[in-house]
Design a binder for this molecule. Structure first.
Ligand code: MSP
Length: 635
């Protein structure tokens, strides 16, 4: 049995999970599910990166201690991966004791080996941003972020002797073509390594940044966040704590985005070489999802939220689209329209149709039982030949990270089966020749669907289960998982069900995902006083938990509330003070409209609106019927 250890980057915990995070995690999930299908022994790791300046600042902004803040924020990632059907074997957080201990032991060991030394670090410090810039970062001699003047500061820091490893690394990359992939990324790193490699500053004085792992040899310093974060890949699998487990899984395949290639393909190999650990098997850098042609960014407001898409079109369709529409390594442009086109053509038309017509035909012409195959002709040989070729080629496609090509090959079998059904016209055979030829055609079409469901399971786990249910193999795992033509048994009872992928109408696009629906003409023909389902869908409502409440000075009716939306903290000013005292609301679960334009009420920021019922001078706030996590969407 081959072993396969795959990792995603660990995500900055203060970010909201976006399409980039979802992509990398779904990619690792799909690849690891395939390896399981091929019989490999698989370990899939993901997690969160929780130290550093940005986290410390974000926690301060939310009036939270950093650890408490991380504990809250990490839930958003855990929840997102659960919703997206991610089957990771472990989730590592860099604030966990198991990780901190390994980072400190490594630091101590390589310090003692002379791989780390103290030296003065000179740079330009921006007091307002509390960070260093190098000479070339400055814009007109000022801080590139806030444009304030900067001071030249010299401070003691610790450095990792990375420069020592330059020649070794160049040779290692040349000798191991699988190490950095795709090829053009390897060339990029080779280009980078033509310049002299400096030593790496791996410390930050606590006077500037206290949120990090303390250096074991100098308690006035914490470890640089990247040096800490990269070690997650070995701390999670038991390096220096469970040696057997570590030996079992290492080396890893690291799936990363192109922007973090240097840290993974230069810093990390040098660190591993200094520690004395074998190199990762592969570092594979994928491209970026762009919004149209532009990079997604919070300030442009074009960040795609994966859970919203999954809620609108289904988790499986979302997973399918992300993998189908990106050639691994390249950038890809996201638009909801391209998603819907892909959904309608591949899933609704090709796959969904094939399932419903085959199941209907078996139901109406062979009493709901998969028939025995009878006489065959060229069209059968062609179909089975195609299926067998797919079974032979899919493994190497997955192992060489050609995932979109693998999906396309599977969809080709779906289309070929649709053509096969058209050509053989089983509806006519049922009338004119209900004997052996009908049996062959329906058996082959159903068997092809069984294989398609097996091979698409890593992309669409629950939809494929539904296909297996409808063709009657869901409880017969041996038949469902048979990796070859002919796993379906004649006589199997089919179970017709709902349409697998109902077609999406173009008018449904963009309604809930972008604010601007003006000019779409929607709703114009509706009777007065009603809203369409789509219009209603524009209002985003979530369950919130009140974490703090106080009166607004000088305003009898207003309370200022801090609410938790499942890790996202907001402030709301609500006109409920005549009905509720602040302490009545503390810890309460309420319903909040979360996409209302933020407003200032009496000069205080209010971001959201509580839902309440009012009658006869009374007001009561709406809550939920049973306990549910904050952040849950109302629909
Ligand atoms: N914490 C570091 C990684 C440390 S790994 C030891 C980090 N975190 S991140 O949250 O900012 O980014 C995680 C990943 O998301 C990166 O691989 C990045 O490339 C990926 N993406 C961010 N935006 C993306 C897109 N728009 N499209 C695809 N992936 C992108 O970096």
């Amino acid at each position: 049995m081959n072993k396969f250890y795959v990792t995603t980057p660990i995500y900055y915990v203060n970010d909201e999970p976006h399409i980039g995070h979802a992509y990398a995690t779904i990619l690792a999930d799909v690849i690891s599910r395939y390896h399981r299908l091929f019989g490999d022994d698989v370990y899939f790791l993901t997690g969160t990166d929780e130290h550093g300046q940005k986290l410390q600042e974000a926690a301060r902004k939310h009036n939270r201690q950093p650890q408490e803040f991380c504990d809250q924020m990490v839930q958003r990632f855990k929840r997102a991966w659960k919703e997206l059907d991610i089957r990771n074997d472990d989730f590592i957080r860099t604030t966990e004791a198991r990780h901190v201990a390994v980072v400190q032991k490594i630091l101590q060991a390589i310090f003692e080996k002379g791989e780390i030394y103290a030296s003065d670090y000179e740079g330009w410090y921006c007091v307002f941003e509390e960070r260093f810039w190098t000479e070339k970062d400055l814009v007109d001699g000022k801080c590139p972020d806030c444009h304030r003047p900067v001071n030249k500061i010299t401070e003691k820091n610790y450095f990792f002797r990375m420069s020592r490893y330059q020649d070794w690394l160049v040779k290692y990359i040349q000798d191991n073509p699988e190490f950095i992939q795709p090829d053009f990324r390897r060339n990029e790193i080779m280009g980078f390594l033509k310049q002299p490699l400096g030593d790496l500053c791996i410390s930050r004085p606590k006077s500037r940044l206290s949120w990090g792992i303390e250096l074991p040899f100098d308690k006035d310093y914490v470890c640089y966040v990247w040096f800490d974060a990269l070690i997650n890949y070995i701390s999670a699998i038991g390096y220096l704590s469970e040696e057997q487990k570590f030996k079992r899984w290492w080396p890893a395949v690291h799936l990363i985005g192109k922007d973090i290639l240097t840290t993974h393909a230069v810093y990390w190999p040098c660190m591993l070489q200094a520690i004395g650990i074998e190199q990762p098997r592969t570092i594979f850098a994928h491209g970026w999802w762009l919004s149209g042609d532009t990079k997604m960014s919070k300030s442009l407001g074009n960040v795609i939220k994966p859970l919203e898409l999954a809620a609108k079109y289904g988790v499986d369709a979302f997973r399918y689209f992300l993998i189908r529409d990106m050639t691994l390594g390249q950038d890809s442009s996201y638009s909801e329209e391209s998603f819907v086109n892909r959904y309608n053509s591949d899933l609704a038309n090709d796959l969904g149709n094939l399932l419903s017509r085959v199941v209907k035909l078996i139901e109406s012409s062979t009493a709901g039982l998969v028939p025995k195959p009878g006489t065959s002709d060229n069209s059968d040989t062609e179909l089975t030949g195609r299926a067998n070729a797919l079974l032979r080629s899919i493994k190497s496609k997955i192992e060489t990270y050609k995932l979109n090509a693998a999906v396309e090959d599977i969809l080709e079998l779906v289309r070929a089966t649709n053509r096969y059904v058209e050509l053989n016209r089983p509806w006519d055979l049922a009338q004119n020749d209900p004997g052996s030829r009908l049996g062959t055609v329906l058996f082959n079409a159903a068997e092809s669907l069984r294989l398609v469901a097996l091979l698409l399971t890593p992309f669409m786990p629950s939809k494929c289960l539904e296909i297996q249910k409808q063709i009657g193999v869901v409880d017969d795992k041996a038949a469902a998982n048979h990796f070859g033509w002919g796993g379906l048994k004649p006589g199997t009872k089919i179970q017709p069900g709902e349409a697998l992928f109902p077609r999406v109408q173009k008018a449904q696009i963009n309604v809930t995902l972008t604010a601007d629906v003006k000019g779409t003409g929607m709703g114009q023909d509706e009777p007065q006083g009603v809203v369409t389902f789509e219009e209603f869908g524009k209002v985003e409502m979530k369950v919130a938990k009140v974490t703090a409440a106080e009166k607004v000075a000088g305003a009898d009716k207003l309370l200022k509330l801090q609410i938790d939306l499942g890790g996202e903290m907001r402030q709301i000013v609500a006109g409920v003070a005549q009905f509720y005292a602040p302490e009545d609301l503390l810890g309460k679960t309420l319903i909040v409209v979360t996409n209302l334009k933020p407003a200032k009420i009496r000069g205080i920021d209010s971001n959201g609106m509580l839902l309440a019922a009012q009658a006869a001078g009374k007001l009561v706030l709406l809550s939920t019927d049973k306990d549910i996590d904050p952040g849950a969407r109302i629909s």
